[in-house]
Design a protein around this ligand. Structure first.
Ligand code: NAD
Length: 347
């Protein structure tokens, strides 16, 4: 390797976080202190006070702080390679498209978008700008989930028959954006259930061929005036596997179980940042704790440098939004909704 190439590979890619709420403050900012191939190079927030706090904590230049209004100026900042959108779901489309037009590679939090139409526009904008798009699907980088994929896909316990998944979270504050349809795009399915939709696909290695769903009864019609309080759904796969899933905003739940011909394997808790626990019909799974977000961002930085797609690509995000819309359609109509989706690498 010559000196120039060597330098390029030592340098870290610069990441700008857009939206300095809980996920940025609690997870992504701290993870960017541990990343090997990227580091925090800018922040975008509507709050001057937050921008200053981040500037102090992360030693940022004054020129790397942006508001939502002057965000497009990131195009002139050569230290920012990647923009990470961490805003309420319905704002993802606008900011991904603006980031792409500024010539930056983009990571967008899940769900990629609140409508299929938006997700397609986002992918198109990134293609047009020649930048990469990735979704914040951190669990692909967790050792317990990678082990679940290995056990399922290599048929270590025989062919898999049934997946049972639950990701639920009790919502206290009735004023938060997660229960406002216009900002969240939906309720627990959009926020939590998407992890079950994801897991069912990376375990089977296939997209579903149909879904069937029903809403759970509303116990708080004021808090959940705008979005579902809970939903239960089934995903059918071409191989004959069925995934039974549930997601609710009125209780806590966090599990993923696979029943196979010759045994079973499961995670509980399954979707947390830390403290995942795994068991199989043969015993406990033991893996070291990893920083999911640091691995996810480093992987994207490497993809960008090597000019290759992320394993958690924008197309994967679009496919999942199609599935979420089909689940809502089924819950609304009471009918089974068939799907024709492409399988692609990464599943
Ligand atoms: P949050 O409410 O803590 O932060 C949202 C940020 O957006 C805040 O800084 C807020 O000021 C800003 N914002 C700008 N315009 C807003 C508006 N009109 N209404 C409300 N807030 C506005 O939310 P969060 O938990 O950080 O979630 C942000 C995104 O990250 C969501 O898409 C969520 O799904 C995703 N997320 C992902 C994970 C994960 O594990 N991958 C975990 C948490 C959140």
């Amino acid at each position: 390797m010559n000196a120039m190439v060597d330098d390029k590979y030592r340098q870290k890619s610069g990441v700008a976080l857009v939206g300095l709420g809980e996920y940025s403050s609690g997870q992504l900012g701290p993870a960017l202190k541990e990343t090997a191939y990227c580091s925090l190079a800018g922040v975008v927030s509507g709050s001057e006070e937050k921008r200053r706090t981040w500037q102090r904590e992360y030693g940022l230049d004054a020129g790397s702080l942006y508001s939502y209004d002057n965000f497009d100026d990131v195009k002139d900042n050569p230290d920012i390679d990647i923009v990470y959108i961490v805003l309420p779901n319905a704002m993802h489309a606008e900011f991904v498209i603006r980031a792409a037009r500024a010539g930056k590679h983009v990571i967008c939090e899940k769900p990629l978008a609140t409508t299929v139409e938006d997700a397609k526009r986002m992918i198109e904008a990134c293609k047009e700008a020649g930048v990469r798009l990735s979704v914040g699907y951190r669990l692909h980088f967790d050792l317990f989930h990678q082990e679940m994929m290995r056990l399922a896909r290599n048929r270590i316990h025989g062919n898999i028959k049934r997946i049972i998944a639950d990701d639920s979270m009790e919502i206290g504050d009735k004023n938060q954006w997660r229960v406002k349809g216009a900002l969240a795009g939906g309720g627990p399915l959009m926020n939590n259930g998407i992890y079950c939709v994801q897991a069912a696909q990376y375990l089977t290695g296939e997209p579903p061929v149909a879904v069937r769903a029903s809403y759970l009864p509303k116990t708080d019609t004021e808090k959940f005036a705008d979005v579902e309080e809970g939903v239960r759904w089934e995903m059918e796969f071409g191989s004959g596997v069925t995934a039974l899933c549930e997601s609710s905003y009125s209780r806590n739940g966090n599990s993923l179980k696979v029943e196979a011909e010759d045994g079973w394997f499961e995670l509980s808790p399954a979707y947390e940042y830390n403290g995942l626990k795994g068991r199989t019909s043969n015993g406990e799974m033991i893996f070291p704790k990893v920083n999911q977000q640091a691995l996810q961002m480093d992987d994207f930085a490497i993809c960008v440098r090597h000019n290759r797609p992320s394993r958690v690509s924008g197309e994967m995000g679009l496919r999942d939004v199609i599935i979420l819309e089909a689940i809502y359609e089924s819950a609304d109509t009471g009918r089974r909704v068939p799907l024709e989706l492409e399988a692609f690498a990464g599943v």
